[in-house]
Design a protein around this ligand. Structure first.
Ligand code: C5P
Length: 324
């Protein structure tokens, strides 16, 4: 009888262990969530290793309707053929559009031909700071907080020298077009925003012949930047941001807005700095006193701001509005 009981206990322990192992395997990469509308716990697939993940789509229907994780973000040789509607729209933005196919052929012997940022998953927690150029950064003391992020993405001419206390000193990515390009250090990714084919031609020229010095205005013939860190935003991504996020407002999205949506696609947590007016309602750059305007006719600043505010309400980004 005692032997029988012992055997039974052994079987029960083995059975219980197997059940626990199966449950652990089943719930790996999942968390238990208590919801108001269900009386208990449900399992939920973890999208990333941060406490809140951008791509956790279940928590915002508004976001899910707009976010497309299949859209190509950056050009490479395997995704460079444009869909007819994208090609038409993109070419309409430019006068004297050159031959895209010919230009794109010259790109990838020169720059990295990779599929970037396809590493999203439950083990990654990539934090990003998107740093716009608003005067609301002055006096903010955000520098150390900005530099604490894995990626610090800056836009156009946004300087750091002399403003480190408020804007930080780290830059992992800088989004530019020829007219806004500045010298970069060796570790920063130059991310070109190609509004026109000539912008891609300028990029090639800046690293080779240096013979393009003029677009619709004077541009630098070359810039200091690491050729192996160059990336080019995909025209289809620009069109996607225009359709899904700017909802067709303006002619094409602003650099800041494109950068923010780009960050939503390559980061798990997005913190936004330097967007919007100062608390006194002034729109200017932190590094100069020239007033800026966001309702230019080209970009739909007001509408973009509404979307940015909504992204904050939906817990997809955290806005840091500064002090001044
Ligand atoms: O002026 P610029 O285009 O170089 O600024 C980069 C981005 O920073 C803008 O596209 C905008 O999103 C943001 N910005 C802002 N308020 C300002 C200046 C810039 O929101 N006063």
């Amino acid at each position: 009888m005692v032997v029988l009981l012992r055997k039974l206990r052994c079987y029960m322990t083995a059975l219980l262990s197997s059940i626990i192992i199966v449950l652990l395997l089943y719930f790996q990469n999942s968390v238990l969530v208590f919801t108001d509308d269900s009386y208990g716990f449900i399992s939920k697939k973890v999208q990333c290793a941060c406490s809140i993940c951008v791509t956790d789509r279940g928590n915002s229907h508004w976001f899910s309707e707009r976010y497309d994780n299949k859209v190509p973000l950056l050009l490479n040789s395997t995704n460079s053929v444009l869909r007819a509607n994208v090609s038409r729209w993109w070419k309409e933005l430019q006068s004297n559009a050159g031959n895209y196919t010919e230009v794109v052929h010259q790109l990838f012997p020169l720059f990295p031909d990779k599929e970037h940022y396809s590493d999203a998953g439950p083990d990654r927690c990539r934090t990003c700071a998107v740093v716009g150029n608003s005067g609301n950064l002055l006096g903010s003391n955000y520098g150390p907080l900005i530099d604490f992020h894995d990626f610090v993405i800056r836009i156009n001419k946004g300087l750091t020298e002399g403003y480190e206390k408020d804007v930080g000193s780290k830059t992992t990515h800088r989004i530019v077009y020829p007219e806004s390009a500045v010298d970069l250090d060796n570790s920063t990714h130059l991310v070109l925003l190609p509004i026109k084919i000539l912008d891609i031609q300028w990029l090639i020229s800046a690293f080779t012949t240096k013979n393009i010095t003029q677009t619709y205005r004077k541009v630098p013939s070359t810039i200091k930047a690491n050729k192996d860190k160059v990336m080019i935003l995909h025209p289809e991504f620009i069109r996607y941001v225009y359709d899904n996020w700017a909802e067709g407002h303006g002619r094409y999205p602003s650099t800041g807005f494109l950068t923010l949506i780009f960050a939503l696609h390559i980061c798990d947590e997005v913190n936004v700095f330097g967007f919007g007016a100062t608390s006194g309602g002034i729109w200017h750059h932190y590094f100069e006193k020239i007033l800026t305007s966001y309702e230019t006719g080209v970009h739909a600043g007001k509408f973009e701001n509404e979307i940015i505010n909504r992204l904050q309400q939906e817990n997809k980004i955290l806005m840091h509005k500064g002090w001044t």
